[in-house]
Design a protein around this ligand. Sequence first.
Ligand code: ADP
Ligand code: MG
Length: 735
Amino acid sequence: LNIKSQKLLKQRQELPIFSAKREIVDYIYKNKTVILVGETGSGKTTQIPQFLYEEGLVRKNNCAIAITQPRRVAATSISKRVADEVGTKLGARVGYTIRFDDCSSKYTKIKYLTDGMLLREVLSDPLLLKYRIVILDEAHERTLRTDVLFGMLKEIQVKREKLSKDQREKMRSLKASETHKVPSNVRGPKTHVKFENSDSELESDTKEAIIKKPKVQEDEIFELKIVVMSATLDAEKFSNYFNGAPILYVSGRQYPVKIKYTYEPQNDYLDAAHLAVMQTHLETNTDSGDILVFLSGQEEIESLEKLIRETSKHLPKSKTGLVVAPIYAALPQNLQNKVFEKLPSDHRKVVLATNIAETSITIPGIRYVIDTGVHKVRGFDARVGVESLLVEPVSKSSARQRAGRAGRIDSGVCFRLYTENDFEKLAEDDVPEIMRRQLTSVILMLKASGIDDVIGFDYMDPPSKSALKNALLELYSLEALDDTGRLTDLGRWMAEFPLDPVYSKVLYESIKHKCTSEALDLVAALSVDSLFYSPIDNREAAFNAHKQFQSLNGDHWTAINLLKAFNEYKNNSSKVVIFDQLENDPDSFEFYENENNKDKSSSDKLEFWCKKNFVSFRNLSHVIRIRQQISNLASNLNIDISTSCGDDTDTVLICLLSGFFYKCAMLQPDGTYRSLIGSQTVHIHPTSSMFRKKTAAIVYDQLVFTNKLYAKSVSAIQPGWLSIAAPRLYGNNSF
Ligand code: ADP
Ligand code: MG
């Protein structure tokens, strides 16, 4: 251990889970599936994989532990922490894999990855033979992909057991003996590990299991161990699903948290949160603990950050040390660590977080929680056939988790920015994603991994028949399935790409039409909400700056023009450092990042160009990175990524339509648009270059509902293109 990890070992040893190490390892060793329940912050995610490694369960070559996370930020930040604890470089013994970013190697024994990435790995390694143990973390969240993994892993476990038996026979006949380290010092459970139904048969069963001799050791070669980890107590459902797998409860340390409600419902919870932060900061001692605010997303976090920074300028001298630390999915990795940093005692941290801080990552030092009571929920609006992302009230169980974050170091306070009456009206739990999301992408994954009967699949909670039908129909229209429901070659190709099938289809068509360069621009650009920004106090300048990129065809080509213009600028301009003209805030992390950035001139150049053109630096950087990643993947599949159709806008839009044919609307005589699916009235969003323009038909990236249904990222299309782009759906139609 190096000095850093030795220091961290002290912290590790204080975690509630540490004293239960032996029992936990033993349980996992003895049972093929274990459900582990422990309060948030007790050490499940960071410690259990290390325990299993230390006890020798994955010492052999070619066998590792996979730990799934529903969120990318959790996978990256937790793996970094664990690498520090273990004392290795990230990507060596400890690593992570998220989409477009693989920081693992053949030496990686503890790998944190998003649930989506593990699903992908099933495609290339159908029995997941790389892993001896798969830990499904954050199971209580019931994300769509974790739910699908439940079923897949259950199946894989059975298949590997069979493989294991066959192998054993073979080995017996060969009289070969494989040895495997057995965890030493096997003992019964201690008191702090409680079992479900303490007096029931289960306990005697499990006790017996411990006393029993270890199984024939060759069995273990192929055995897949599944550990399901959850932060909420209702684990019976998981246990039942996994044929009565034992549940281990690890008690955490939790101090009392005082809950305070508002007397009146709040019209503007952002305003209320701002007030609550400042009030808490002024009325309590700065060193009494940090503040954590739960908000719904990046935009809100950025607004509140601004508000707090503004008011901080007018604080009394003794109260100036207020430091804002945001954390959300799209936050660049190098800025994420700010929330974990320890500040001097005359400073106080205000963490502004999405529900990532609810159970996924534990931020140390929090004593005050401010809960706005909302989160963003992904849904699928079957009426219009599009995915939605809406701000909605949280469930009671989320609200309780949020409050719990205040009681980790000492008794704390949670301010709920809603009334007690409104709390009582909240749903007890969230509806599992699989019952409310679009299934197209996961159904394609199931089909591609050889599971043909997607209706009879062993779901923990089955999705609705209509959602399944929708997904199958869309895949059929995309030509990923044939008319008997079997995967086509194109479908297999699409599944290989770590993209939504709709996007892979666009890429595929662009190869045929020789415009991969533009298609890559498109697919990358659609990964961010918007590349442009226009500040309230400078709308006109922004409008004028944006004009140069604008295409008459609408937003998609506008984005392509922007990327082309940027590339041109980058290639032509000399390496001048334009530093003074940037308003760098020395408080911000970016400042130091840039200061230390070796490639300073190019990054500054990029930032300057963005500022001048009212382009979001952060989003453009993201788009360029994503484009690079997809290009690399495409190159690996021997795709010529440099074909371009010049300014043949129609061809590119037809390629776009080959994937986005569901997201179209037709102009009506009354001047509004009507969606092709569901016949809903759709308005073009004011941020679109197509706003107030009339064209026979439009294609859009997403619909958002505020007071009306708005289409965002809109382009003009000709109705006739639909039958070319999606012959299976619109082949005989004339619009
Ligand atoms: P669980 O999975 O049970 O919720 P974790 O294993 O995520 O718990 O966290 C265990 C402890 O490690 C927490 O107390 C948390 O504060 C600490 N921790 C985790 N990541 C970091 C980090 N990046 N920096 C500092 N502390 C961390
Ligand atoms: Mg955890």
